[in-house]
Design a protein around this ligand. Structure first.
Ligand code: HEC
Length: 129
């Protein structure tokens, strides 16, 4: 009985460890978001700046924030890809112009995988999708 107990506890630890190694950390992502703030707000109901407001963006339809005028390129990408999810957001944040060549988001991208994962966790935390 005790053996079984110890075994399940260690499996639990292992799972927690693996999860924390792979899932992004929203707290760290908040810092990474400083790089986006010049162009993006993220408050619910917040205004669009140079770029659209990013509240609730993970899982949301691409290029669909009200009152924002998107590039034709991103609108075309939206028709093909539909919604933002962790995969296409990761590609977008790595190098926007690699995903959507003529986007008007002038941002070189985040090279570090961990930065992108943390940032995506932060974006998810700021939304209800
Ligand atoms: C220099 C300004 C600028 C910076 C910095 C910037 N963006 Fe953007 N972003 C834009 C613009 C402009 C668009 C609209 C692109 C288009 O229409 O082609 C956009 C679009 C987006 C979209 C698509 C939104 C939608 O409604 O589909 C996401 C997601 C996004 N940005 C995330 C980020 C994140 C996260 C960062 C920080 C790592 C960032 N951006 C940094 C200007 C910027």
């Amino acid at each position: 009985m005790l053996k079984l107990f110890i075994k399940s506890i260690s499996i639990l630890f292992l799972i927690t460890f693996i999860n924390s190694a792979y899932a992004g950390d929203a707290e760290k992502g908040k810092k990474v978001f400083n790089k986006c703030k010049a162009c993006h707000g993220i408050d619910e109901g917040g205004k669009n700046k140079l770029g659209p407001n990013l509240w609730n963006i993970v899982g949301a339809p691409i290029a669909a924030v009200e009152g924002y005028k998107y590039s034709k390129a991103l609108v075309a990408y939206a028709e093909e890809a539909g919604n933002w999810n962790e995969e296409n957001l990761d590609a977008w944040l790595k190098k926007p112009k690699d995903l959507v060549r003529k986007t008007k988001m002038i941002f070189p991208g985040l090279k570090k995988e961990a930065d992108r994962a943390n940032l995506i966790a932060y974006l998810k935390a700021n939304g209800t999708n």
